[in-house]
Design a protein around this ligand. Structure first.
Ligand code: SF4
Length: 379
């Protein structure tokens, strides 16, 4: 009889050196780990049976002692623009959301890092119920591979080169820097040549800002893109909107500046536009001052209301006026459109609706959503 899941390896969270160690500890040849990594990460194999260059005996041993995938797709929705959202049920029954954003030149996966979110932004569906637990590295990598399999399943067979996942945004449910170890292990697997081989510059980590962790990230030697979900350029307002925003803004911005200096990678500011809340001329002036200091771009996102929450979506005209104001201060500001608006593409909404169908469809977009990687609104 196979050992219980708690004693079995979840292979998708394993780095190559650990796989080698595990196999040699179990009297298997070291190079088998390289073959195994190729099967699970590059070829997205679903079963050990597919691993034709491994002996039957090794395949049977692996099937007894390890799992490749532990999550299954519990729901899937497709937007008119082709964006697909998956609700994945983990081994313990918890659910997380993952989004595939197909575009002409790239395929992006928006991954979750926690079940729920501890930050509790006042305007966000994911923040409403708090955090239930961290995801493991394997559960994060697994999301990317579920998207890779979707891409392969929908690939145009006439294309010479098979379509592959090219970009990752850690902008789904959760605060990635609050689950630092697992997120970094997942990033190393996503980035490694023996893993999914996605360049660090194509991986974006979005955070509400934990200064210590940002400084730690700067020292990792990776060139990840960092997106700071700012949403308010003043301390008091930020604390009201983002409960974890109680850290002094100066300390947070110093950490972002340090990140830029250490890595050479620009930090992007994400700013959700909330009608009548954070769109005054003085907010634009202060936001511009911050952006100039960090020498960074600003992504503006028009909020879409979540039922039950007291925030409104600004008109397009008001959003453009805010963008113009920022530009008049010399800041590069983009107004982003939301991808997949008709499928509850913002984090937390499909999960909430699945848990409580009576809630009905909701329309969307807190900042840590795939919208951050979406196209500029036509001007
Ligand atoms: S917006 Fe992002 S950080 Fe804020 S509660 Fe929602 S998921 Fe968490």
């Amino acid at each position: 009889m196979s050992p219980p899941q708690s004693e079995r390896r979840h292979l998708l969270g394993e780095e190559l050196p650990a796989l080698r160690q595990w196999l040699t500890d179990n009297r298997q040849e070291r190079y088998r780990a390289d073959q195994l990594a190729d099967w699970i990460y590059r070829q997205a194999a679903e079963s050990f049976e597919q691993m034709s260059n491994l002996s039957k005996g090794l395949r049977a041993w692996l099937a007894e002692h390890a799992d490749i995938y532990r999550a299954r797709a519990a729901a899937e929705s497709v937007a008119q623009d082709g964006t697909r959202k998956l609700l994945l049920a983990c081994g313990d029954g918890e659910t997380v959301e993952t989004v595939w954003i197909p575009e002409v030149a790239r395929h992006t996966a928006c991954l979750s890092s926690q079940v729920g979110c501890p930050v509790g932004c006042r305007f966000c569906a994911s923040g409403l119920e708090g955090v239930r637990r961290n995801l493991s590295a394997g559960e994060i990598v697994e999301q990317a591979l579920h998207v890779q399999r979707l891409i392969a399943a929908h690939a145009d067979p006439s294309q010479e080169r098979p379509a592959r996942l090219s970009n990752i945004v850690l902008m789904g449910m959760g605060e990635p820097l609050a689950n630092y170890e697992a997120v970094m292990q997942a990033v190393r697997i996503l980035n490694a040549s023996w893993g999914l081989g996605i360049g660090a510059r194509k991986i974006t980590l979005s955070t509400v800002g934990l200064p210590k962790q940002i400084r730690r990230l700067a020292g990792e030697g990776l060139q990840l893109n960092l997106a700071l979900s700012l949403h308010a350029p003043e301390q008091k307002l930020r604390e009201e909107l983002v409960p974890w925003g109680k850290v002094p803004l100066k300390e947070l911005l110093d950490a972002c500046h340090h990140y830029f200096e250490q890595t050479g990678r620009e930090v992007t500011l994400e700013y959700v536009l909330l009608e009548g809340i954070n769109m005054e001329a003085r907010h634009a002036a202060e936001l511009a001052r911050i952006a100039r200091r960090l020498r960074c771009n600003v992504n503006l996102l028009r909020y879409n209301p979540v039922p039950g929450l007291p925030f409104g979506r600004p008109s397009g005209e008001a959003a453009y006026a805010f963008q113009r104001e920022l530009r008049s201060h010399g800041v590069n500001a983009h107004l982003r459109t939301s991808r997949g608006q008709d499928i509850e593409a913002a984090c937390g909404q499909l999960r909430r609706r699945k848990a409580d169908p009576a809630e009905g469809p909701v329309a969307e977009s807190p900042p840590n959503s795939p919208t951050a990687e979406s196209s500029p609104e036509p001007e």
